[in-house]
Design a binder for this molecule. Structure first.
Ligand SMILES: [Zn+2]
Length: 410
């Protein structure tokens, strides 16, 4: 697109994204699970591209790809991931990697620009084998025993075997070098419809929400569904259903503006048509970026549980099984993205939290981190129809490159 070499080359960005889409293509999306042949080819594709940006490539022992700059001075780490969910979209991951590559190509060759952009592709952000394995390995959060234990959630193949199959077994893992980077910057599709419905071009991510999860277990009395009169039943399934409805009725008065909650799985014991359930369990999740809101909602859940226990006829027990602190994005980096949006997207940006998890939350534990969102058509992701308008992809690239410059120049 631009003749101005100080800007992102939109046509080059689109061509790179389409090249990655052609590797492991599935309908209009891709099928590129972690350590599959198309994933391996995508890692090699990136490693071959990195020298165009003055970067030397390494694929490490957990499948992370790094492009290291020899240019002296400040370095900004930027990237995302290259594997996909099964039969999913073409932009979730590759968009952030290609933006980082483009920023590195434009900035690293510019003698007037202070510092450089280093590119990374984190392995297994999509969690086929674990939970942010690549980025957690980089920050020192993955042990050899963790790798021994990891298995592909679809095929059951062990991670050791997968690493051997793609030729990465025995390679060293790259870990963070303290002081090397001024921060980490990741672009991603929004995966929601906030930007599209407001006709905005850029989301400036303020935080990545924390996730709290609970196991809520109801105990009643298992009995015959034909002979047990309604008045004397202790139906754990019914108690659970009432609890779900009560959550939906009472949470709105206590939650924050963007709190979300979900009952993800319900199991009835024994779960037979002619038996009154004696036990029932639900897995319940709350997401918010404010720990105070979560604490308030957890208090409310406990109050509701004690009301159930006081009223009968069933008993309920509440167990917290997962907590995750929200990751706050760096304020000065947010300002840089906003300023770049004024310069390249007519100021069509909004500050917003991310309801989905991203590698940036792992990086935020060791360095300043930032994220930029581009619109998702129809808010669709984790499906092969996932898409973003070409014009929005190009605008996002301009904003990303300019924001990298501003961060490095600050
Ligand atoms: Zn992603």
């Amino acid at each position: 697109m631009p003749d101005d070499v100080s800007l992102a080359n939109g046509a080059r960005v689109l061509a790179d994204l389409n090249a990655l889409r052609a590797i492991g293509a599935y309908k209009t999306g891709v099928h590129k699970p972690t350590f599959s042949e198309p994933h391996k080819q995508s890692l090699e594709w990136l490693a071959e591209k990195l020298p165009e940006a003055g970067l030397s490539a390494t694929i490490d022992g957990i499948g992370n790809v790094f492009g290291a700059s020899a240019k002296p001075g400040l370095k900004l780490l930027a990237g995302s991931h290259l594997e996909s969910q099964n039969h999913a979209g073409w932009l979730d991951g590759p968009l952030g990697v290609v933006y980082a590559l483009e920023a590195a190509r434009v900035i690293n060759s510019d003698p007037a620009q202070r510092g450089s952009v280093e590119v990374v592709s984190w392995c297994d952000e999509e969690g086929h084998f674990g939970h942010f394995l690549g980025s957690r390995s980089y920050v020192g959060g993955v042990s050899e025993a963790d790798i021994d234990a990891a298995r592909d959630r679809t095929s059951g193949r062990s991670m050791r075997e997968a690493l051997r199959d793609i030729g990465l077994a025995g390679r060293a893992r790259v870990t963070a070098e303290p002081g090397r980077h001024v921060g980490y910057f990741e672009a991603h599709i929004e995966q929601g419809e906030t930007l599209e419905s407001s006709r905005l071009a850029v989301g400036v991510v303020t935080s990545i929400v924390g996730i709290w999860q609970y196991r809520i277990n109801f105990t009643g009395e298992q009995n015959h569904a034909g002979t047990t009169r309604m008045a004397v039943r202790k139906d754990a399934g019914l108690a659970l259903a009432r609890f779900c409805v009560a959550i939906d009725a009472r949470f709105p008065a206590a939650c924050g503006p963007r709190t979300v909650w979900t009952t993800g799985r319900i199991t009835l014991d024994p779960g037979a048509p002619s038996i009154i359930p004696g036990g029932a369990e639900m897995l319940f999740q709350i997401r918010d970026d404010d720990p105070a809101v979560i604490a308030r909602l957890e208090d409310l859940l406990r109050t509701m549980a004690s009301e159930v226990n006081a009223q009968g006829p069933c008993q309920v027990a509440l167990e917290r099984i997962r907590t995750g602190a929200p990751a706050m994005m760096h304020p000065a980096f947010q300002d840089a993205i906003e300023a770049a949006s004024r310069a390249h997207a007519d100021g069509r940006s909004i500050r917003m939290p991310s309801g989905a998890g991203h590698d940036a939350q792992t990086l935020a534990t060791i360095m300043p981190a930032a994220m930029l969102f581009v619109p998702s058509i129809g808010g669709v992701s984790h499906h092969w129809t996932e898409n973003t308008a070409d014009a929005d992809i190009v605008t996002g690239a301009q904003v990303f490159v300019d924001a990298c410059r501003r961060i490095l120049s600050a």
